[in-house]
Design a protein around this ligand. Structure first.
Ligand SMILES: Nc1ncnc2c1ncn2[C@@H]1O[C@H](COP(=O)(O)OP(=O)(O)OP(=O)(O)O)[C@@H](O)[C@H]1O
Length: 697
């Protein structure tokens, strides 16, 4: 057994009761778990302040002095202990509201204490409430420095382990395991990046002597963490090309016919390049695993359709999977337009498909008569089987994981189907490297010709009359207008009211103009009816909640008004704005807000006004919200990174990827002696089943 797997109850100072606490509340079961329970910050205790130096907004101070007087004041709930504390330069009050009886027994006037806490001003006097304190000894006077702060067990319970108690356990543990902390990176990487050893890093992350040591420790641990994520991703990518045969999809007769007779517009150079990249994969004999990134409106649908045609031209079927019914529906409509031109059979399968229709679809897929299927998760159910699935397009929107993708591979086909993952929200490069590091990447970085950049304005509610005037003008020019209200999922009723209030004021402003209204509570067929009226141009204004966020395509709509724009995230605002600017006319996006905005809110709106570039927006979004939020709830916590921050550690992510790439290139099967440390560590990580391996294995 690995020494680090020793049960935590065998550590000096733990015992059954504490072991139970550690297990239940901190998920610490073994020596290894405790060692990896790193402090979330350090407090600098190297400096001792003088009382006269204390001023208003200091976060924490450490003082050395003695107590001159202790008294208990008040009764019942107001009872408090007040100790007067002096260091010769001045005096302050130390106050306790809780544990009064206990503290009063412990504090002794005249004894020298080290006191640590946050000073506050109350009644023009300085005091520290519930300070930490300890009797000054030679040892603790010398040991001052950076003190680790650990997350602790639940404070409200009777028995609880505070940060100090955990630090003591860590000291005991480090004594035990010191000689057993082995290196986990090859020595040439340590040299190349001038990293400290693993042992130094672990000790430095818990008990650094100074900030420099702490930084060095963290830098190495961040790198290591990201290096192993990257290594696993690249290994997987590598293995797949060796292990999974892909169907050779090389013939393209129908595609040629489509190009000659039906192509509704010239493809952009970026679309052509991406199609070439994909075609190379499809005919290579290896399974394709590619991420297609394209900004809103960059024309991903036709690219997906063309790839599907290649599959069909080689006696295979194709599917497209979307994260929501609405999206599945929109993709279905988009693809059907092209499929109908060539008489290709296409169907849609979602949770709400009727069972008689389902039966027909299943039979068609199995016999091979049905060529293209578009749907939601329903597609990965076990009942769905294909005659020969050749290509699977996944509109990911960050909502599916690799595990689900893998399920699609198991569908009946001659070899693993080729996988094309599509995202409409650009992902910053370093984040894509980590979340989709096992995929090749193609980017459509060009919009179709003739598009004018959308002009974005930020107006306040007080400018509403100007807004109505502007809308009127645009409608007179023959254009159509979206007015969107936010969807705050917790309160559907409130959303509905908000939308309807909005609708009424729009109605009052434009009584004669035909309008559509669409919201989440409507029956699908009513929604469809209203959408169609707008698509056909029968209605000029579409008042809606964010149900229209993705995929809606009405080129004549040139104005997007977003009400309460501060309530939307950047990616969402960008998606919504992408609903206009799809035709040749100048388009506008107007962000309406109240006056008071949060700092982040202001940055979001300024970013929208400043740029139309989805990648730039994604970068700002990542900085504001962090990767967890950006990539949707499913992804947060998937990469269980203890040290690295995907939003901030760009440089380290790049280095870790480069290092992993060079290792795999040099020694794909990790056979070389110098890589023994890597194989050992990898198997350790796999055994532990760390959360992040869940996503990428
Ligand atoms: N090369 C092109 N030239 C002209 N128009 C194009 C071209 N490619 C696509 N289009 C049109 O541009 C519009 C947007 O395309 P599409 O819906 O595929 O975009 P998308 O990338 O899926 O964006 P979104 O994610 O916003 O839906 C459609 O009306 C489509 O027909």
């Amino acid at each position: 057994m690995n020494y680090f797997d020793t049960k935590i109850e065998f550590l000096k100072g733990v015992g059954p009761q504490r072991s139970d606490l550690l297990n239940k509340e901190l998920d610490i079961f073994t020596f290894g778990d405790l060692l990896q329970h790193y402090p979330f910050r350090h407090e600098d205790r190297s400096k001792i302040y003088q009382i006269r130096e204390i001023h208003g907004d200091m976060p924490f101070v450490q003082l050395k002095g003695s107590i001159t007087n202790i008294e208990t004041l008040g009764e019942g709930r107001k009872k408090r202990l007040v100790a007067r504390f002096t260091d010769g330069s001045g005096a302050i009050e130390l106050i306790w509201f809780q544990g009064v009886n206990w503290v009063v027994k412990k504090l002794k006037p005249g004894v020298q204490y080290l006191v640590f806490g946050k000073p506050t001003f109350f009644n023009s006097r300085i005091n520290i409430t519930h300070p930490e304190y300890e009797v000054l000894t030679e040892a603790n006077e010398q040991n001052r420095g950076l003190q680790p702060v650990y997350s602790t067990t639940e404070k409200l319970k009777k028995k609880f382990l505070d940060s100090k108690a955990i630090a003591k356990l860590q000291i005991n543990l480090l004594k035990e395991v010191h000689d057993k902390i082995h290196e986990t990176l090859p020595s040439y990487l340590l040299e190349q990046y001038k990293f400290v050893s693993k042992r130094e890093a672990v000790i430095g992350a818990h008990f650094p002597k100074n900030t420099q040591i702490l930084q060095k420790a963290i830098a190495r641990l961040k790198f290591e963490e990201l290096f192993y994520v990257q290594l696993k991703l690249l290994q997987q990518k590598n293995n797949r090309t060796v292990r999974y045969r892909g169907q050779v999809l090389s013939r393209v007769p129908t595609l040629n016919e489509f190009y000659k007779k039906h192509l509704p517009f010239d493809l952009t150079d970026a679309q052509k390049r991406v199609i070439r990249e994909i075609y190379q994969d499809l005919k290579s004999g290896h399974q394709m695993n590619r991420l297609l990134q394209g900004d809103v409106g960059s024309g991903k649908t036709i690219v997906a359709f063309i790839c599907m045609l290649i599959a069909l031209d080689n006696e295979a079927q194709a599917c497209m999977m979307a994260p929501t019914e609405i999206l599945a529906d929109q993709h279905y409509q988009g693809l059907k337009e092209f499929a109908d031109l060539l008489g290709i059979s296409i169907a849609k399968l979602t949770g709400s498909t009727k069972s008689s229709e389902r039966k027909k679809i299943f039979a068609g897929l199995l016999s091979g008569e049905l060529k293209i299927i578009v749907g939601t998760h329903a597609l990965i159910e076990d009942t769905v089987d294909f005659q020969n699935l050749g290509l699977c397009v996944i509109d990911e929107q960050h909502r599916f994981g690799v595990a689900q993708r893998a399920k699609l591979w198991k569908k009946k086909s001659k070899a693993s189907p080729h996988i094309l993952v599509m995202t409409a929200t650009p992902i910053p490069r370093t984040l894509a490297m980590t979340l989709y590091g096992d995929l090749d990447v193609s980017i459509i970085d060009q919009l179709p010709a003739g598009r004018k950049p959308i002009q974005t304005m930020h107006w306040y509610d007080s400018q509403r009359l100007k807004l109505w005037g502007f809308i009127k003008e645009q409608i007179q020019l023959g254009r159509q207008v979206y007015i969107v209200y936010p969807l705050i999922e917790e309160s559907e009723t409130l959303d509905y009211k908000n939308l309807m209030d909005g609708y009424e004021s729009v109605d009052r402003a434009f009584p004669e103009i035909p309008k559509s209204v669409v919201h989440g509570k409507m029956k699908p067929q009513d929604k469809d009816f209203e959408m169609q009226r707008f698509v056909k141009g029968e209605t000029k204004i579409m008042v809606a909640t964010t149900v229209i966020e993705v995929g809606v395509n009405v080129p004549n709509a040139s104005v997007m008004v977003i009400e309460n724009a501060e309530k939307f995230g950047l990616a969402q605002l960008h998606q919504l704005r992408g609903r206009v600017g799809r035709g040749a006319e100048q388009s506008y996006c107007i962000l309406m807000t109240k006056y008071k905005l949060s700092k982040d809110g202001r940055v979001r709106l300024e970013t929208m006004v400043k740029t139309n570039n989805g990648f730039e927006i994604a970068d700002v979004d990542l900085k504001l919200r962090g990767p967890g939020d950006l990539s949707g709830t499913q992804q947060s916590g998937v990469l269980d990174l203890k040290f690295a921050d995907l939003a901030k550690d760009n440089q380290i992510i790049k280095e870790a990827r480069e290092a992993a790439q060079s290792v795999i290139k040099k020694d794909p099967d990790l056979q070389q002696n110098e890589h023994r440390v890597i194989t050992k560590q990898l198997s350790q990580l796999m055994k532990k089943g760390a959360a992040h391996w869940g996503r990428i294995s």
